[in-house]
Design a protein around this ligand. Structure first.
Ligand code: COA
Length: 175
């Protein structure tokens, strides 16, 4: 049995979800000089209100990770189009890395996409996010280079997609 579950956060957990997301990005050096993005990551209350927030929680109630599930055309959408589901701000607390929390959160996004009848799951992330990209590759996400974007010159955000009709599992397999 899994040592954690994935569910919607409780209102009283939102500040901690924001702090966890900031801590996860900071630990990997993704926030240097970007105070605006840090504020956005900290604002889990807005993500819960304007998108769908999921958290991974240990049996003892500790928050381990979070992801934001985004429908196309809504406030947090960046690369999704009609018939797709997007996720953003995937984060595992630094102390909880390497236990399958990130994998469980992506699995929950894929399940949500299937429930909603989405054709594919998409997301975008910078080249530096190597751990995340390995995780996406294991799920079968492939690059969607035509949707890469460049928020500032020479800083490319790479887009990935998981076609839910191309394979039956959308699952990285058992370890
Ligand atoms: C990307 C991120 C969410 C992955 O979180 P995670 O919970 O450590 O992910 P997982 O545990 O599912 O997988 C990570 C690694 O642990 C390994 N792992 C997974 N389950 C495991 C288990 N039960 N026991 C041991 N190792 C395990 C995986 O094989 C994987 O190995 P790899 O580094 O060789 O690819 C995390 O690194 C993070 O928060 N990064 C900063 C923010 C970020 O980059 N977000 C992406 C934004 S789009």
């Amino acid at each position: 049995m899994s040592e954690f579950i994935v569910r919607a956060p409780r209102p009283e957990e939102l500040d901690a979800v924001g702090a966890l997301t900031v801590a996860a990005y900071r630990a990997d050096g993704f926030l240097e000089g970007d105070g605006e993005y840090e504020k956005e990551l900290a604002d889990a209350a807005r993500r819960a209100a304007e998108a769908e927030l999921l958290v991974a929680v240990s049996a003892g109630g500790d928050l381990l990770g979070s992801v934001t599930v985004v429908r196309p055309g809504t406030a947090y959408a960046e690369v999704s189009r009609e018939g797709e589901l997007e996720f953003r701000m995937l984060a595992t607390a630094p102390a909880a890395r390497g236990r399958g929390v990130g994998e469980a959160l992506i699995r929950a996004v894929v399940e949500r996409a299937r429930q909603l009848g989405a054709r594919q799951v998409v997301m975008s992330s910078p080249d530096a996010m190597k751990a995340a990209h390995r995780l996406y590759a294991r799920f079968g996400f492939t690059r969607l280079p035509e949707r890469d974007w460049e928020p500032v010159p020479s800083f490319w955000i790479r887009t990935f997609a998981l076609d839910l009709y191309a394979r039956s599992g959308a699952d990285p397999g058992t370890r």
